[in-house]
Design a binder for this molecule. Structure first.
Ligand SMILES: *Cc1c(COP(=O)(O)O)cnc(C)c1O
Length: 398
């Protein structure tokens, strides 16, 4: 099948042609080291500075508060480990949410082994952080609150302003993993009381392997890589000039096109959600109905396995993602779907579809028609569905 309908933009995105064009000269003619004194080096330095400025401006931050990294995972690791280390004399307690990306959760597990205590605050059935639980979790020795801006699986956008206010009122630093949200929703770090923010190039129509961490001036976070003076000596190593130029170009493009692009995506997303829920029985939407990423839709279909659905969609040229972690060698359903209260068998029958600026209504129609056909086929092979049809068992999703 030649036709590919890519609906997995939460996993990664295509590098925009403008981004590739911006990067190309820095592989070949402008290959100087930004630390070199001669013009060829200074040209690379200027390109890095420009990218830093674009990103700082997009967040309402200062240029010297943006630190380039090798991606979202590195930014998350850095924010947590280095804050924990720098402020361990004040306390050893960290608060996060139950639905974070593994870059946060596994870093927290590591820190717990190092003697830190971590509280995982729960979410409601829409995936929204329970603010009263957050407030109750705060202790005199709490040094950091880390809550993602928007969830990568179910798309729910968190009440970041409120979380920032709670953190600020209690003198606790606030980090947010904004890998999914940056470039999709407007973010102002001052307005939202954000002290640290992670983002990644490849979730933003930029290149893979580059990201940044915003660190508010005054946060005494430790260096992540020791060596040269790059990134104010906090993240040493010759800059990934091409990658940095790429994430800068991607950030510029994302912010210039944000309004029109996301308005269009929301319309298509809601059309997709409407058709799926109307036309396929025993199906539910996961995540908040409106406070969700413009391009995210996540469904649970009762009586089917998400993995089978994905494989059959792939045969039709459709790329999606499921809510279980089978692909990563585990049979456990996603921690996010369990945290919003789904039982195992419902969580296993989940499908995430994430749109891009290139997605068309024809793509959505073809996808819905395919999902309908495949779900019917899979249910036709399910003994449980047969029992349900015969009135022997009740459906969990009406
Ligand atoms: C993709 C993702 C990451 C990891 O980013 P990488 O650049 O792939 O390391 C972290 N957090 C969230 C929410 C993500 O979606």
């Amino acid at each position: 099948m030649d036709r590919v309908i890519y609906l997995d933009n939460a996993a990664t995105t295509k590098c925009a042609p403008e981004v590739v064009d911006a990067m190309l000269p820095y592989f070949t003619e402008s290959y100087g080291n930004p630390s070199s004194i001669y013009k060829l080096g200074q040209k690379s330095k200027a390109a890095v500075d420009t990218a830093r400025e674009i990103i700082a401006k997009s967040l309402g931050a200062q240029n010297n508060e943006i630190y380039f990294t090798a991606g979202g995972s590195e930014s998350d690791n850095w924010a947590l480990k280095a804050t924990a280390e720098a402020y361990s004399a004040k306390g050893k307690h960290i608060i996060t949410s139950a639905i974070e990306h593994h870059a946060i959760l596994h870093t927290c597990e590591y820190l717990q082994k190092q003697g830190f205590e971590v509280t995982y605050v729960g979410v409601d059935e829409n995936g929204v952080l329970k603010l009263d639980e957050l407030k109750a979790a705060i202790r005199p020795d709490t040094i950091l609150i880390s809550v993602m801006f928007a969830n990568n699986e179910i798309g729910t956008i968190q009440p970041i302003k409120e979380i920032g206010e709670i953190a600020r009122a209690n003198g606790i630093f606030f980090h947010t993993d904004a890998v999914q949200a940056y470039g999709q929703v407007p973010i102002d770090v001052d307005e939202l009381n954000i002290d640290m923010l992670s983002a990644s190039g490849h979730k933003l129509n930029g290149p893979k392997g580059v990201g940044f961490l915003y660190i508010r001036k005054g946060v005494k976070i430790r260096s992540f890589v020791h060596g040269g003076q790059q990134e104010r000596a906090r993240r040493a190593g010759t800059e990934n000039v091409t990658g940095i130029v790429g994430i800068g170009a991607a950030a510029r493009l994302a912010h210039e096109t944000m309004q029109a692009r996301t308005a269009r995506e929301i319309e298509l997303r809601d059309y997709l959600i409407g058709r799926i829920l109307d036309e396929i029985p025993n199906t539910k939407l996961n995540g908040h109905r409106t406070d969700r990423l413009p391009n995210n839709a996540n469904f649970s279909f009762e009586f089917i396995e998400g993995e089978s659905l994905l494989i059959m969609l792939d045969m039709k040229g459709i790329c999606g993602s499921s809510g279980s972690a089978c692909t990563s060698g585990s049979l456990d359903p996603s921690h996010v779907l369990l945290a919003i209260g789904l039982v195992h068998e419902i969580a296993h029958g989940s499908l995430r579809l994430t749109l891009s600026a290139e997605t068309t209504k024809e793509d959505i129609d073809y996808t819905v028609d395919s999902v309908k056909e495949i779900v019917a086929k899979l249910r036709g092979m399910s003994p449980l569905y047969e029992d349900y049809k015969a009135g022997k068992v009740k459906a969990k999703i009406q």
